[in-house]
Design a binder for this molecule. Structure first.
Ligand SMILES: [Zn+2]
Length: 477
């Protein structure tokens, strides 16, 4: 009787304790379900994170071209060397020795003598549609129109491409605007970088960015605003649903921001990973511990965290996108870093570099992200070059910084097999630079030509669009 009573008690205690424990453990170890086990490598798929089966040659432009006479910095970390690059459709089909002329007879030949050919740069932290500073006094996220958001994003795509950026990871933009822009760019209808979009940033009531979710009428609780840049969620179920809403819009990743409970972030990460989406988080202090426990894939910014958290990031392969340049801009233009309810800590140009240096020393994988909010894209390409220079200040060589900007950043986007280097079989995202960026980073101010997905989109430093091709009228019966 007594034994039975005790064992019943123990069983109830175990039942009470076990669901949370098991859930935590599952969330911590659950991998991204990328479906690759169901898709043999021979099956062509979409060139995004979801890898949806697609017809062969999907989205490839017609024709081929070669780049001859240049020095190739291929993004693998190897020293620059003379080489000829052959592109057929959207794919790099060969990297030839300079005297080898084995390319398709009808290929367009670009003479790039004296220039450097390299993989297009990647920005892992962008907000295509973020309101300009001037607009913020007139509009809020709840009365901005989708058309305004799309046009703002289009302008920024042009600036980024002129700066040599051929892929951006949009980690929070208004409504469906980034998805509209992504589709038009992929179809070759507008020039700009390839877009990987998170959709709305997800946070809690009062969390980082939550103010963007509200307009006039604040504090109306809930999201209720599909055009907003931010979605508010309360409780694990709403965090799961918020993830599903971005997935439904076509998200390539999920962006979460502190603050949250462990149960909320664990639910969101579990849901995203089940759907095949990686997760990145804007967090600080103990919220970074929770994010690591939940199994996130990367953490944005150089915000405060413990040495133990840094060691765990390295051990578990959680990448860092330190985004040093926005904090430089803030401290220089505001005379300091002034917090908010979600930013109760102190930062300056020394502390951000120290944090990045610690992560570098611990062996955390690090990529390039600029977080140029408001009208800061006008600081391009200097902002990108400044971020690369920061990487050299924390222990990267110039070559390693450029590899972080290309190969490593592609890997952090889970696109490392298709983007980030100039090698046979990769997608043709290529820039041509006047000068040697691997010897002098400021040469990146002179990006002359850019191809995205094998399409010429920048020529002589200006955006390029092919001429309209007339379609014949329907013939009379
Ligand atoms: Zn951001």
């Amino acid at each position: 009787m007594t034994i039975k009573w005790i064992s019943t008690l123990l069983l109830s205690a175990a039942l009470l304790a076990s669901p949370a424990t098991a859930q935590d453990r599952a969330a911590e170890t659950r991998p991204i379900h990328d479906r690759s086990q169901w898709l043999p490598p021979s099956v062509p798929t979409s060139d995004d994170v979801l890898r949806i089966p697609a017809p062969a040659g999907y989205n490839a432009p017609k024709g081929s071209f070669v780049l001859v006479g240049g020095r190739l910095f291929d993004g693998t970390g190897a020293a620059a060397r003379p080489a000829t690059i052959v592109v057929e459709g959207k794919t790099i089909t060969a990297v030839l020795k300079p005297d080898d002329r084995n390319w398709p007879k009808d290929a367009i030949v670009y003479d790039v003598t004296g220039k450097t050919v390299m993989p297009g740069l990647i920005d892992l932290h962008m907000h295509l549609t973020f309101l300009d500073a001037d607009d913020m006094s007139v509009y809020s996220d709840s009365n901005i129109s989708g058309a305004q958001s799309v046009m703002r994003g289009l302008g920024r795509m042009g600036i980024y491409l002129q700066s040599g950026v051929t892929s951006v990871r949009d980690v929070g933009s208004h409504g469906d605007a980034p998805f509209v822009l992504k589709k038009l760019q992929a179809a070759g209808e507008i020039p700009g970088p390839r877009i990987f979009a998170a959709g709305q940033l997800i946070t809690m009531t009062g969390g980082h960015g939550a103010g963007h979710a509200f307009g006039p009428g604040y504090p109306e609780v809930g999201d209720g605003n599909p055009n907003s840049m931010v979605r508010i969620a309360s409780g694990p179920d709403e965090w799961r649903e918020a993830v599903r809403i971005q997935f439904a819009k076509g998200a390539d990743l999920i962006k979460l921001a502190s603050e949250y409970s462990q149960a909320e972030i664990s639910a969101a990460v579990d849901e995203a990973h089940s759907l095949g989406l990686p997760v990145t988080v804007d967090a600080e202090t103990q919220y970074i511990d929770m994010a690591i426990k939940a199994g996130v894939d990367s953490i944005e910014h150089p915000l405060p965290r413990s040495d133990a958290a840094i060691a765990l990031m390295a051990k578990k392969g959680v990448a860092s996108v330190p985004t040093l340049i926005p904090y430089r801009i803030i401290t220089r233009s505001s005379g300091g870093y002034f917090g908010s309810t979600s930013r109760r800590f102190q930062l300056n140009e020394t502390t951000i570099l120290d944090m990045a240096r610690k992560m570098r020393r611990a062996g955390v994988k690090m990529g390039i992200g600029l977080d140029l909010i408001m009208n800061w894209p006008e600081y391009m390409p200097g902002a990108y070059i400044n971020e690369l220079e920061s990487f050299t200040q924390i222990g990267f060589t110039r070559t390693e910084a450029l590899v972080a900007a290309t190969k490593t950043s592609a890997e952090i986007m889970r696109m490392g097999d298709r983007l980030g280097t100039i090698e046979r079989g990769k997608l043709a995202d290529i820039i041509v630079v006047d000068g040697n960026p691997d010897q002098d980073l400021s040469a990146l101010k002179k990006v002359r030509t850019a191809f995205v997905n094998g399409r010429l989109m920048l020529q002589d430093g200006r955006l390029f669009m092919p001429a309209h091709e007339e379609k014949p009228l329907p013939s009379a019966k």
